[in-house]
Design a protein around this ligand. Structure first.
Ligand SMILES: [Cu+2]
Length: 300
């Protein structure tokens, strides 16, 4: 806290200094506004870059099999984009100052730009954007388009205003039927996800408000939403996927460390959006079996 406070004080002092320098130069024709803008642009650029370099707001330590790959991709993207950002903003500041107005400035001439330059930077941007996407696509696609490993734990995640529900298919390994007509979010639990309790496969389905997962086992997630689009985001597991009404979206991932990890809804879904958080409990296989058996016992 103390450190953050000091940093803030430092940034505020730098800001005041820039304004003061700008003002003192503003009195001198030809320097004032151009230099003030240069300082302001550079200050904003360097201050915002600092927060990324210092990792002031960063992801928590990864606890999933794909975390290493995702973090490397994330860092690479930030470094490349950071260099482009710095070059563009520092260049902007310089040009604002270099071509400032003065009494000896020539009259304004309007330019149609430089086609060669425009083609070059558009192509470079396309290569960078498509290249980074291709690099990351293998992991992104494998989590969505490949089937989960045999023996994966099945969990259905349902988002609704403003809660998450988790359904486990029970010993039969089959989810019972659900229907939008049966969905009653105000009732919570099985009724909230619209479980058809007369379906034999639904008899052993467990619906809970807390998510338990065994460590080092693939998790086969089915994502659904009741009302609007929600986004199931577990930063520590590097997992984020929208839950869309009318769709059943499949993904899989593997938690690799026992612990409790925060769930957030990453889609602004209404007034109570901020309340849509929860906890994923990643536990040993033994503890997971015990927990699930206890939920089954509660049902009887
Ligand atoms: Cu939500």
């Amino acid at each position: 806290m103390r450190l953050c406070y000091t940093r803030r004080r430092l940034l505020l002092a730098l800001w005041d200094a820039a304004i003061a320098v700008g003002k003192s130069f503003a009195a001198q024709e030809g320097w004032g506004m151009g230099l003030a803008l240069l300082l302001l642009i550079w200050l904003i650029t360097l201050a915002s870059t600092y927060f990324f370099v210092a990792k002031t707001w960063w992801l928590p330590v990864g606890a999933a099999a794909s975390a290493g790959f995702i973090d490397r991709q994330f860092t690479l993207t930030f470094i490349i984009m950071g260099i482009v950002f710095l070059a563009a903003q520092l260049g902007l500041g310089y040009i604002v100052w270099r071509y400032r107005e003065s009494s000896s400035s020539p009259p304004v001439s309007y330019s149609h730009g430089n086609t060669t330059l425009e083609v070059v930077w558009t192509l470079l941007t396309a290569v960078l954007f498509i290249g980074l996407n291709l690099m990351g696509s293998s992991v992104w696609a494998s989590q969505r388009f490949d089937a989960a490993e045999a023996g994966a734990v099945q969990v259905e995640v349902t988002g609704m205003q403003f809660a998450w529900y988790f359904r486990y298919p029970g010993p039969d390994g089959k989810y019972g039927a659900t229907s939008p007509k049966l969905m009653d979010p105000s009732a919570g639990g099985e009724a909230a996800v619209g479980l058809n309790t007369s379906d034999p496969a639904a008899k052993d389905d467990v619906v809970t408000g807390t998510m338990y997962l065994p460590v080092d086992r693939e998790v086969d997630v089915s994502l659904r939403a009741v009302d609007v689009i929600h986004s199931f985001f577990v930063p520590s597991l590097r997992f984020k996927q929208d839950a869309v009404p009318g769709l059943n979206i499949h993904m899989h991932f593997k938690p690799t460390a026992i612990g409790e990890y925060e769930i957030a809804c990453a889609e602004l879904c209404g007034l109570g959006h901020y309340k849509m958080h929860g906890v994923v409990h990643v536990v040993s296989q033994e503890d997971f079996d015990k927990w699930l058996a206890a939920r089954e016992a509660e049902k009887q």
